[in-house]
Design a protein around this ligand. Structure first.
Ligand code: GN1
Ligand code: MG
Length: 380
């Protein structure tokens, strides 16, 4: 995927989705590791209002998502299922909950292919809201849980057979491990202490790798519609009342285990140093924040979550954190072909952060399990 897109080209692509408005500015948006994302600012047609008009323009990484049209089909299914519910939400939900809308081109297509066959699409921007890379406090943590709960709850009655698999193998930990093993045996760059450390770290945890997939195949955990990437910066917080108002980054909506989502949300939310810290030895899993996130989540999820699903929540927090470390480490060994990186050791550094977080989760296993049992009593 080419990292440099000429400004004029970008404007021409954005114009495909801009119908009549004049484009004023285009800037990179967010910190995504996969797609290229931009915020397009449009001329304000109502100068009397302070509301600026924006939309989000994205180039989908086709090395990661080989069939981007499936993403757009899933978004349509998602939208058709949820949009009608929003006018009539029951009391446990934020009445202002929004979902990003797909914008069409002048030819009424929901995507645009540029001259190099790159796949572009545009979505409405959730205005007056902020996305944070780290948790700002207990209220934010609670809202993160409520946000993910809202998302799962609104999708809980969707027939998952309607959703395509946009990214086969996503969160299937045994597959990531197989890929790692294949890369590891070919790897012959310089030996370094940190590489040995990661290899040993993975070796010591081989037995946890199939835990969620086994439960899925045995029918203990049901397939549901999931977000796939609910890290905290994908849950937008309303600037006015500080409530979770939307989930963005919807490319990995697909059938899966809500445990992938819960694990990912907690690993991201409870690491107060954030996943990009250079200070990996200082990384810990914050139990207090986990309590807030889970409390918020259960408050809404009690309508659909089955008590047996609680049994795997601890395992999922540990596993998805470990899995992301394994994915970053494999990509480091594989010359950074998957995750964008800013310097040569970047993916190694990211792996060390996730492994340290895994260690902190393991050292608090009893406390985390007690917490889940206690909070889960409302479900039984
Ligand atoms: C990737 O691109 P971004 O930042 O939304 C990745 C997630 C990881 C995340 C870690 C499709 O998401 O699985 O958890 O990086 N997305 C994909 O920051 O692989
Ligand atoms: Mg993402």
């Amino acid at each position: 995927m080419n990292d440099l897109i000429a400004k004029d080209d970008l404007v021409a692509i954005a114009e495909q989705f801009a119908s009549t408005e004049r484009i004023i500015e285009i800037n990179p948006l967010g910190e995504g590791n996969i797609n290229h994302t931009f915020l397009v600012k449009l001329e304000n047609h109502q100068p009397e209002s302070n509301e600026q008009s924006f939309f989000v323009l994205q180039q989908i990484n086709q090395q990661v998502f080989p069939q981007p049209k499936l993403i757009m089909e899933n978004l349509q299914v998602f939208n058709n299922h949820i949009q009608p519910k929003l006018a009539n939400l029951s009391l446990e939900f934020n009445p202002n909950w929004q979902i990003p809308q797909v914008l069409t081109t002048k030819n009424q297509s929901n995507y645009f292919l540029d001259d190099n066959n790159n796949f572009w699409r545009a979505l409405s921007f959730v205005s007056n809201a902020t996305s944070f890379n780290t948790i700002q406090g207990s209220n934010h943590a609670r809202e993160i849980g409520l946000g993910l709960g809202t998302f799962h709850s609104l999708l809980s009655d969707l027939n998952v057979a309607k959703l395509a698999d946009t990214l086969p193998g996503f969160h299937i930990t045994p597959q990531y491990f197989e890929q790692y093993q294949a890369i590891e045996t070919q790897y012959n760059r310089i030996q370094a202490e940190e590489i040995d450390y990661c290899q040993q770290f993975i070796k010591d945890r081989v037995e946890i790798i199939p835990v969620l997939e086994n439960a899925k195949h045995q029918g203990v955990l049901p397939l549901r519609a999931i977000h796939g990437d609910p890290k905290i910066n994908n849950i937008m917080i309303d600037n006015r009342d500080h409530k979770a108002i939307a989930m963005v980054d919807l490319d990995t909506i697909k059938p899966g285990l809500i445990h992938y989502d819960l694990g990912d949300c907690l690993r991201s939310g409870c690491n107060t140093l954030g996943e990009e810290t250079n200070n990996w030895q200082e990384v810990t899993f914050d139990l207090q924040l986990a309590q807030e996130i889970l409390q918020g989540y259960f408050q809404i999820a009690q309508t659909f979550l089955q008590p047996k699903e609680l049994d795997y929540i601890y395992e999922s927090i540990r596993l998805i954190t470990f899995e992301l470390g394994l994915r970053f480490f494999s990509d480091y060994l594989n010359n950074d072909v998957y995750f964008k990186s800013n310097y040569p050791q970047h993916n190694l550094q990211r792996a060390l952060v996730q492994f340290q977080l895994t260690k902190s989760i393991e050292s608090q296993a009893d406390a985390i399990q007690d917490l889940i049992r206690e909070l889960g009593k409302q479900l039984v």
